[in-house]
Design a protein around this ligand. Structure first.
Ligand code: F6R
Length: 236
């Protein structure tokens, strides 16, 4: 595991864009695993700037997102599909047909999960997976539990996650109670992982995840056994 601690969020975002950008240059039809949330917004801004100045070409890139709320369609401004469109896809030359977000509207979410993992396998697997981390150690929507999760699946959101995400909704009652997320097995199969953490409030859980025992009570701790993880963090 390589850990890069930066002095600012801007530096974190620039280095993250260097790594993701290098992946796109090395393999123009790579599969990017993407995350939502506040942390990767600076990364996406950098990727947009580099596409606009001609440094990066997304025309052959494929993408898969980690997760989506249940019950929100892509036109809902709180859906993760909407987030990805507005923060990245609408501003780079990626073919939207090549961008994938699990559907939280599927009638059969178990089947949707199986199809999503099969689709990732058909794409050839994820070349680099971008991750943020929740204050409870979740990655994707894999919440603390008594076992590590496997494939893409439906989850009930933890009260602390509902509370943390309420800032994006009109009221906490509007936050969906469940989501569909890539499981820990789906995430761990990515060839490379880029974990981003920003803010003083992330330091405690990051110390647990990176240096504490590997336990499903801190889902991100499983990353300790992945062979190719880069962590970029800024605790200021
Ligand atoms: C987002 C996701 C979540 C976030 C995490 C951190 O797709 O899967 O695990 O990465 O909740 O969110 P922020 O970056 O808002 O602190």
């Amino acid at each position: 595991m390589k850990i890069i601690e930066t002095n600012s969020y801007e530096e974190l975002s620039r280095i993250a864009a260097d790594l993701v950008g290098a992946q796109v240059i090395l393999k123009p039809d790579c599969v990017l695993g993407l995350a939502t949330g506040s942390t990767p917004i600076g990364l996406y801004d950098n990727l947009i700037a580099r596409c606009k100045d001609g440094t990066l070409d997304f025309s052959a890139v494929r993408s898969v997102n980690l997760d989506e709320y249940c019950g929100l369609d892509g036109s809902n401004d709180q859906s993760y599909r909407y987030f990805m469109d507005t923060h990245l896809f609408n501003h780079v030359n990626i073919d939207k047909e090549n961008t994938h977000v699990p559907s939280g509207l599927a009638a059969d979410l178990a089947a949707e999960g199986e199809q999503y993992d099969a689709m990732i396998r058909e794409l050839g697997g994820i070349d680099i997976q971008v991750l943020g981390i929740g204050l409870d150690g979740h990655i994707g929507f894999n919440e603390p539990d008594d076992h590590f999760t496997g494939p893409t699946h439906e989850v009930e959101l933890d009260p602390s996650t509902i509370e943390a995400n309420a800032r994006f909704f009109a009221s906490i009652d509007d936050v969906p109670r469940s989501a569909i997320t890539m499981g820990m097995a789906s995430i761990m199969q990515a060839r490379k992982i880029l974990l981003l953490a920003s803010g003083a409030n992330k330091k405690e859980i990051m110390d647990k995840a990176l240096f504490g025992p590997i336990t499903p009570q801190v889902p991100a701790s499983l990353l300790q056994i992945h062979p190719d993880v880069t962590v970029i963090c800024c605790y200021k």
